[in-house]
Design a protein around this ligand. Structure first.
Ligand SMILES: *Cc1c(COP(=O)(O)O)cnc(C)c1O
Length: 217
């Protein structure tokens, strides 16, 4: 696979769904990947990347951003309150806002800094105990709370249960977003991004299909 093939598949899925070309942002998930693979994708001109750990991202991206202009970094993994400041300084978007306490912390930082990354609120569509995100029946209230905090809510994000048909979860997330007047949908990974695009994804998070298998994670 690789970047060009995935870009072509994204474009094809956009067209098949009657979406405008470029309607979907391809986030290249570079977590745990060897630096040379990340550099190769940067050299091909790609600029939107996803990481799931603040610490790991802080260790590699500042130097890469000095060498490659215009990089946009998306945090796709869980965010601890004590890493929130570092996260808002490094990332252009945070996909994993999953609790009021974190939203309040981000709102405080937004006030202080006069800016805030784009935020996606994570919904635990499969209601899995080990997974982050608000349960579907609390999502509307959480959107309202985040809006009341004046946070820039771009949309919703989900990670479907590994062993279930993801389309049901993508459709549920799209429905919750629509009834809350949100059009941002962060959903779809290497194995299912085309199905996510068919159901309205605006941001797909693709790692191994671009970079190759990860050693772990
Ligand atoms: C690792 C990760 C991805 C990418 O997974 P692939 O299967 O390699 O495409 C997407 N989203 C999240 C939240 C991840 O942690």
């Amino acid at each position: 696979m690789g970047l060009n093939e995935i870009k072509a598949r994204v474009a094809k899925a956009e067209a098949a769904a009657g979406r405008a070309p470029g309607a979907v942002t391809l986030i290249a998930v570079s977590k745990v990947q060897p630096l040379n693979r990340v550099e190769a994708v940067l050299e091909q001109g790609h600029r939107v990347f996803g990481e799931n750990r603040v610490q790991e991202a802080a260790g590699k991206w500042p130097a890469l951003m000095e060498r490659f202009e215009g990089v946009a970094l998306h945090l796709i993994g869980p965010l601890q309150g004590n890493k929130a400041r570092q996260a808002v300084e490094l990332f252009d978007a945070i996909h994993s806002v999953d609790r009021l306490k974190l939203a309040q912390r981000l709102a405080g930082l937004a006030q202080e800094r006069g800016q805030c990354p784009e935020l996606f609120l994570q919904v635990n569509t499969g209601e899995e105990p080990q997974k982050a995100g608000v349960p579907p029946d609390e999502a509307d209230a959480f959107v309202a709370q985040c809006r009341a905090l004046d946070l820039p809510v771009r949309g919703l994000m989900c990670i479907p249960p590994a062993e279930e048909e993801p389309s049901l979860h993508f459709a549920l997330l799209a429905k919750i977003a629509a009834r809350n007047g949100l059009d941002g949908l962060s959903m779809g990974m290497s194995g299912d991004f085309e199905r996510a695009i068919a159901l309205g994804a605006t941001h797909v998070r693709v790692g191994s299909a671009i970079f190759g298998e990860r050693a772990y994670g």
